[in-house]
Design a protein around this ligand. Structure first.
Ligand code: ADP
Ligand code: MG
Ligand code: MG
Length: 252
């Protein structure tokens, strides 16, 4: 069973200490949500786990299936089974979305074991259908006029095509209308299996109406201050974050 374990993680950006002792363990089959007010370090956490070079891990340990994640280069993290969203080559022309996906899939396979073209096309068709994406989208060139909503759906399409063991999805709900949100949620729900673990990072509870997390964690000032089940997200929706601050004696 896949396992992601984060222990006492500290992350700095430009010498600012942002993530301050973050602990979390996720097993295959589980979806965890991390929620929190703006500026508490959620995206910093995600970026550090994905290996963004600007984010400096100053303390702590992260293992993916028992292997030291922080020791790995970005592409090694991907090959180890971590999903890295939106890894678009930023200035590539003449590469269609379908080409890019097939290249990304084959890069994670052994040489000589590339995905057969027909199988790829079948899977792509099926998943685009599930996400309510227009077939034409597969033949569009990367980065050419994707709307915000199209980018998010495409991120979930990548997730479904790559079938990673772990995904960290940061604000996949931002800027989506309710229909797009439902399709994005449908894609994540379709991934649910014992072979897949997921960390959903979100400011709003709305997404969690469509993806029921196993655990909900509240992040404040760089660490988890409270954990619970889905009912915790509902309470945050109804009452905001202030009651937690009061309960814990946290000041802004
Ligand atoms: P959240 O995702 O919870 O809203 P972030 O991780 O984006 O929080 O930001 C946490 C803090 O780190 C904020 O104070 C933000 O200004 C700072 N920060 C994040 N990214 C950068 C960056 N690239 N350069 C400088 N400061 C940053
Ligand atoms: Mg933010
Ligand atoms: Mg953020």
């Amino acid at each position: 069973v896949p396992n992601l374990k984060i222990e006492d993680l500290h992350v700095s950006i430009e010498d600012k200490h942002i993530v301050k002792g973050f602990n979390l363990e996720i097993n295959g089959g589980e979806i965890h949500a991390v929620m929190g007010p703006n500026g508490t370090g959620k995206s910093t956490l995600a970026s550090a786990l994905m290996g963004h070079p600007k984010y400096e891990v100053t303390q702590g340990k992260v293992t993916l299936d028992g292997k030291d994640l922080l020791d790995m280069e970005v592409d090694e993290r991907a090959r180890a089974g971590l999903f890295l969203a939106m890894q678009y080559p930023s200035e590539v022309s003449g590469v269609t979305n379908a080409d890019f996906l097939r290249t990304a899939i084959n890069a994670r396979r052994e040489e000589g074991n590339e995905i057969p073209l027909m199988k790829f096309i079948k899977q792509l068709d099926k998943r685009m259908d599930l996400l309510d994406m227009d077939q034409e989208f597969a033949q569009r060139y990367l980065n050419e006029g994707f709307s915000g909503g199209e980018k998010k759906r495409n991120e979930i399409l990548q997730l479904m095509m790559l079938q990673p063991h772990f995904a960290i999805l940061d604000e996949i709900d931002s800027g989506l209308d309710i229909d797009a949100l439902k399709f994005v949620a449908r894609g994540v729900n379709d991934m649910r299996s014992p072979d897949f673990g997921c960390l959903i990072i979100t400011h709003y509870q709305r997404l969690l109406n469509y993806i029921t997390p196993d655990k909900v964690h509240v992040m404040m000032q760089g660490r988890i201050v409270k954990s619970g089940g889905p009912e915790l997200a509902e309470k945050l929706e109804a009452h905001g974050y202030d009651w937690i601050k009061e309960e814990l004696g946290i000041e802004d």
